[in-house]
Design a protein. Structure first.
Lengths: 258, 321
């Protein structure tokens, strides 16, 4: 098993994370780390603890025991807001976008830019112009195929919607983006777009923790895979060192990590 | 060629957009009545002014209802709140200074809205059922507190401001209509709060995930709907120089039809304050036309019902797109 040394450019490290729900131990001491700009696939069968681990890191269900380190510093993540403050953004599987809003409004939802006029600001007056301007920049940064920041989300494809979710995370200056099955609801072509987007943001220095059941996607976009089994990290392997069959073997338990 | 036909279909799509439907409907209805009622004073400025004035309480309620619908709620208790707030105000107006009586009347509506909102969230039941219940409770209370009697309001300041008054030649009713339109539009379209309302109505799960306090937003929307209904109660009381348990009784269908035809989704996430105001005028014009044509209240109810069904049919088609 790969040892978890502290290296300077580690973006996120979790150490000995424990989490129980009632009498059930969902996580029994999980440790791994993600380097800057690295895409790490988090794999495991249903009930292996993937979702629980993600909820600990994103602050939805704080861990019972163990540490989370960002850039080598231990941090307290007790709420989703704490996670955001630490530069961790989550992109959800169920397309967390508002169908009747345009791209710009979705990108800035609950982080709206208010008018610089103090009186208007008091009433929560939105600065649509500035948000549009920044949206255009954000979309350009991701070379996305979204036609315009004025387009309503409901007129976009599933892949484009997911791209908006990812753009939102990146736009908020996330250093670490957690993606929970971002391609599960998408067709082949759309999924490929999202995968390209993941590679792109990784090349821009953003770390990605990708939860996926799709071995092919993991092999394509991830640098490394962490396999959870029964609440423990059963394997932590470089993608270039492993075959898809062996990866499946690690998930099902048919194969053990070297 | 392809390019041309595409643009043409896009243009058609834009023209047929649901947002504008209420304006076309209003023009069509006016044109229809102008022909049918050419012998009468239907097509005259005073008549239209009169329609807008008479419709003001409906307009105000429709703007409030737009907020409830925007978050995916509905408020069936608005009609009963009209009666309650008017009665509260009417009972107090001779005892306390009239502005205090108005505040008390408005507060009764805000309170009902708050209770509706909190109960809906707390019990996790549809607002349709909660407000159906509160409608019954409140209209019962309105009957009990007055023994079915009317409360006359003789305070001149009150009836001036909420009824017969005017600035120059402009009736105060126009001012109230304009105020409802501007406040509602600014709040919903220009502020962060309005944006959150529509976000919550469009996708509550996503809104929660992004850190919006969904419960608070939904309760606030119900408070606004209740407050607007109470304001309508003041306007009725001012115009009629009194309050009665039956005020607003027949308004629920009119209000919902006006909002729905105005382009607001009955399932949340899409709302138009301007559409609701114009929708209320459409209802006013239809009422007025039917009266001039010699139809009774009964036919007006049928017309309202049909409009609601048409509006919902168009809306559902759009929502499924």
């Amino acid at each position: 098993m790969t040892a978890e040394y502290h290296v300077p450019d580690t973006a996120l490290e979790v150490r000995e994370i424990h989490k129980s729900f009632g009498g059930v131990q969902a996580l029994k001491g999980v440790s791994f780390s993600i380097l800057k700009g690295e895409v790490v696939g988090l794999l495991g069968d249903n009930g292996a603890g993937k979702s629980t681990l993600v909820r600990c890191i994103s602050g939805v269900h704080p861990q019972d025991d163990g540490e989370i380190l960002i850039n080598g510093q231990e941090v307290e993540i007790k709420s989703p807001q704490d996670a955001r403050d630490q530069g961790i953004e989550t992109v959800f599987q169920d397309l967390a976008v508002i169908p009747n809003f345009d791209v710009s409004k979705n990108l800035f939802l609950n982080r709206e830019i208010l008018s610089s006029n103090p009186i208007l600001r008091f009433f929560g007056w939105l600065d649509h112009k500035e948000m549009s301007r920044q949206s255009e920049i954000a979309l350009k940064r991701l070379n996305s195929r979204i036609p315009s920041f004025r387009e309503e989300i409901k007129n976009l494809s599933g892949g484009q919607r997911q791209a908006v979710s990812i753009a939102r995370a990146v736009n908020w200056g996330a250093d670490i983006v957690i993606m929970d099955e971002p391609t599960a609801a998408l067709g082949v072509e759309q999924a490929a777009q999202v995968n390209n987007l993941i590679k792109l943001i990784s090349s821009q220095g953003i770390s990605v923790l990708l939860i996926s059941h799709n071995i092919q996607h993991v092999m394509e976009v991830c640098h490394r895979a962490v396999v959870l089994r029964h609440g423990r990290a059963a394997a932590n392997v470089l993608i270039e060192d492993i075959t898809p069959d062996d990866l499946v073997g690690l998930i099902t338990g048919a194969k053990r990590a070297a | 060629m392809t390019f041309l036909s595409e643009t043409r279909s896009q243009v058609f799509h834009k023209i047929l957009n649901r947002e504008y439907f209420v304006y076309y409907a209003l023009i069509l209805v006016i044109a229809f009545f102008a022909v049918v009622l050419s012998e009468t004073a239907f097509l005259s400025t005073p008549n239209f002014m009169n329609i807008i004035r008479q419709t003001t309480p409906i307009t105000v309620m429709a703007v409030g209802m737009t907020f409830a619908l925007a978050v995916g709620h509905i408020d069936l208790s608005v009609g009963s709140v009209v009666a309650l707030s008017a009665l509260v105000c009417g009972l107090l107006v001779d005892i306390v200074p009239w502005p205090v009586a108005v505040l008390a009347g408005l507060s009764s509506g805000l309170l009902v809205g708050l209770i509706n909102g909190v109960l809906t969230e707390w019990l996790k039941v549809s607002s349709l059922l909660i407000t159906l219940g509160s409608m019954g409770v409140i209209s019962g209370i309105a009957r009990v507190i007055t023994n079915l009697e009317s409360i006359p309001i003789t305070n001149d300041s009150f009836t001036y401001i909420f009824g017969s008054g005017s600035f120059g030649s402009v009736s105060v009713m126009f001012i109230w209509t304009l105020l409802a339109l501007i406040l509602g539009w600014v709040f919903l379209s220009k502020t962060r709060f309005g944006s959150h309302l529509l976000a919550v109505g469009g996708n509550p799960t996503a809104s929660r995930a992004l850190g919006i306090n969904v419960v608070k937003v939904k309760i606030t929307a119900m408070v606004i709907a209740g407050g607007a209904a109470a304001m309508a109660g003041m306007l009725y009381a001012g115009r009629l120089h009194g309050a009665r348990y039956s005020l607003g009784e027949a308004d629920l269908l009119t209000v919902i039809a006006a909002v729905a035809i105005g382009g607001t989704s009955l399932f949340g996430g899409r709302a138009s304050v301007a559409g609701a105001v114009v929708g209320s005028w459409l209802m006013g014009v239809i009422n007025n036309g039917l009266i001039l044509w010699g139809f009774s209240t009964n036919e007006q109810i049928i017309a309202r019902g049909l409009i609601l069904i048409v509006a919902v049919a168009i809306g559902v088609k759009e929502d499924r797109r």
